[in-house]
Write a protein that binds this ligand. Structure first.
Ligand code: GUN
Length: 204
């Protein structure tokens, strides 16, 4: 049993990350010109709208007054880098699946109204099995913490494990709007039992 809504068993990767990427994965990384992402996995920005909008996040420290209207990236998790670690963005993110499957864990920290209140936690599968409940598209609103990990095919671990998606952020991505979850924040937001199940998804 898991203490995380959405999971039957304790969330885990279920395989040991590879020490190198498979030839198939390397070919995708090279063809799409992906670079390592700080969150884990690989990415490339494929679009940044040249138009700008006023920065709608007035509390952003050391900030610029505008944002790109939108940005889009490819994002890839792999056998060697299978985890996107807990972080949040201020902008909303539209995710679209291209290939593979994975788990998303969302901590709805933006819905907390009083200090000490525990936010809702949500976990869902993304993948091609729409009839089996997997999502092809999913939206994560700004202010929610998000972590992701690859799910291997049921037929077994091959080294070609991957999750390839597009993410469109509105307004466009800016590092000033991004932060990783700290260990102490996880302790504040979830129960001790849930910390034990989720701590492996922290970057630090
Ligand atoms: N640069 C570093 N990380 C990101 C990201 O997640 N999105 C975009 N657009 N650019 C980035």
């Amino acid at each position: 049993m898991s203490s995380i809504p959405g999971f039957t068993n304790t969330p885990s990767l279920g395989f040991t990350p590879s020490t190198s990427e498979s030839p198939k994965t390397q070919a995708i990384i090279k063809t799409l010109n992906l670079q390592p992402h700080l969150e884990g996995g690989y990415f490339v920005e494929t679009d940044r709208d040249f138009r700008t909008v006023p920065n709608p996040f007035p509390d952003s420290a050391q900030d610029s007054p505008t944002r790109s209207a939108s940005t889009t990236i490819y994002y890839l998790l792999t056998a060697k880098s299978p985890v996107g670690h807990f972080h949040r963005n201020k902008g909303r993110t539209v995710h679209t699946l291209h290939k593979g499957r994975g788990w998303y864990v969302i901590i709805h920290a933006d819905e907390v109204k009083q200090q000490g209140q525990k936010p809702r936690i949500e976990a869902f599968r993304v993948g091609q099995d729409v009839e089996g409940g997997e999502k092809l598209q999913w939206i994560v609103e700004g202010g929610k913490y998000k972590a992701t990990f690859v799910v291997p095919e049921e037929s077994g671990v091959t080294g070609d494990e991957m999750l390839l998606i597009s993410e469109t952020v509105v307004p466009g991505f800016d590092f000033a709007d991004h932060n990783f979850m700290k260990t102490e924040t996880l302790h504040e937001l979830v129960t001790p039992e849930q910390v034990k199940e989720l701590a492996w998804l922290l970057l630090e």
